[in-house]
Design a protein around this ligand. Structure first.
Ligand code: GLN
Length: 374
């Protein structure tokens, strides 16, 4: 097993965005690609290549991505979601890891160019949309921010409380969040939302029509959830319109890198690190992250936060996005899910990077110097 490191001169990095490659040998090791930050109107190349204080060094991040990929690759447990027929067709072996830092560097390993459906990772960006449009109080008052301890599509959880949707990251709460978007019809509701997603990604994202069709034909449970909420006056627009827009948001296609840019926008206080566009006011970001920390892994959220100390959100398409505030977002993508509906390899890879770089938010501020942190 031979690993070769090829470094290109700095100047050629500016012209093309690629910086350097670790070329893996034939032993199945990760090939990690690192991309330099975008430099609109750059005046000083030297200052631009210095990562902000507190961020692990590029070498340390690159090593962590490689180690995460290599350590999670052999994990074959779990299975694709199959209650949405199109998701059962996705090749189970796909596996990608992407990190995007607040200074716009991109680190990638594995199947990072594969477009998968964002599924429930979308819920955080719908939450961002509504907070930006109407403030945060509406979320607390009309939906709630309590974890359910139940499955993501639980109806019992709605009924055993006050009839509200519990939190914006379970299906009920996400459909209720869609109902709070200020719109007078379905098209307007959808276009506003997709526009917000595009700004977080810094790119135009597309609806995966096959996934949307498949889910729209089989989403009887979500239609039931919307009706139950509407009946208890905790859905704030027409139930089937909200269910349909929610189904569309789940069917948006992303690559691991695109999802990591979306997450890095949260890590960067609401400013997209690639386009520099403000996508959400900084004051709302800690609240979005709080809900991710407590509810992002559904009925596995306690275990996740125990182990990671990082806000994260999973989707049944196999994506997970975790946010280390002020530093980076990490995405693990692989379709095989555990019982709670969370990607097994994705979680393992993110935990590996989290631990290697000392990102756990609840573990204090001591930077592990040996990992190259400033
Ligand atoms: N679209 C999926 C659903 O409504 C999203 C669930 C998920 O990703 N956990 O069931």
């Amino acid at each position: 097993m031979k690993t070769q490191l090829v470094k290109l001169p700095f100047r050629s990095w500016w012209a093309v965005t690629g910086l350097f490659f670790i070329l893996a040998g034939s032993g199945g090791l990760a090939q990690v690609t690192t991309t330099a930050p975008p430099q609109p109107g750059r005046e000083s190349p030297q200052s631009a290549i210095q990562p902000p204080a507190g961020l692990p060094s590029p070498d340390a991040i690159e090593r962590a991505v490689k180690n995460a990929y290599d350590s999670a690759k052999g994990e074959n447990s779990g299975k694709n979601a199959d209650y949405i027929p199109a998701l059962a067709q996705v090749p189970s072996d796909l596996f990608g890891v992407a990190v995007v830092t607040v200074d716009g560097r991109v680190y990638k390993a594995g199947d990072v160019d594969h477009t998968f459906s964002i599924q429930s990772c979308s819920k955080i960006f719908t939450l961002c949309h509504v907070m930006q449009e109407s403030g945060d109080k509406v979320i607390l008052d009309k939906i709630g921010v309590e974890p359910t301890g139940d499955k993501f599509n639980s109806i019992k959880a709605i009924e055993q409380g006050a009839g509200n949707a519990d939190n914006p990251l379970v299906n009920a709460g996400a459909i209720a969040t869609v109902s709070l978007i200020k719109a007078s019809n379905a098209d307007e509701r959808w276009e506003k939302l997709l526009n917000t997603y595009n700004r977080f990604a810094g790119e135009k994202l597309k609806l995966l029509e096959d996934v949307y069709k498949s889910e729209a034909e089989s989403n009887f449970r979500n239609r039931g959830i919307a009706n139950v909420l509407f009946n208890s006056k905790h859905l704030y627009a027409e139930p089937m319109e909200c269910t349909d827009v929610y189904t569309k948001q789940c069917s948006v296609g992303v690559t691991a890198k695109q999802l990591a840019v979306m997450g890095a926008t949260l890590a960067n206080n609401g400013v997209n690190p690639m386009t520099k566009e403000k996508c959400i006011d900084a004051k709302y970001v800690p609240k979005v992250l709080a809900v991710m920390l407590t509810c992002g892994f559904y009925d596995e959220s306690g275990t996740w936060t125990w182990g990671s100390g990082l806000p994260a959100k999973t989707g049944v398409g196999g994506g997970i996005v975790a946010v280390a505030p002020g530093k980076m977002a990490i995405v693990g993508f692989s379709p095989r899910l555990n019982e709670a509906g969370n990607s097994v390899r994705g979680a393992k890879a993110i935990l590996s990077i989290d631990q290697e770089l000392g990102l756990n938010l609840l573990a204090g501020r001591e930077a592990p110097k040996r990992l190259g942190m400033k």
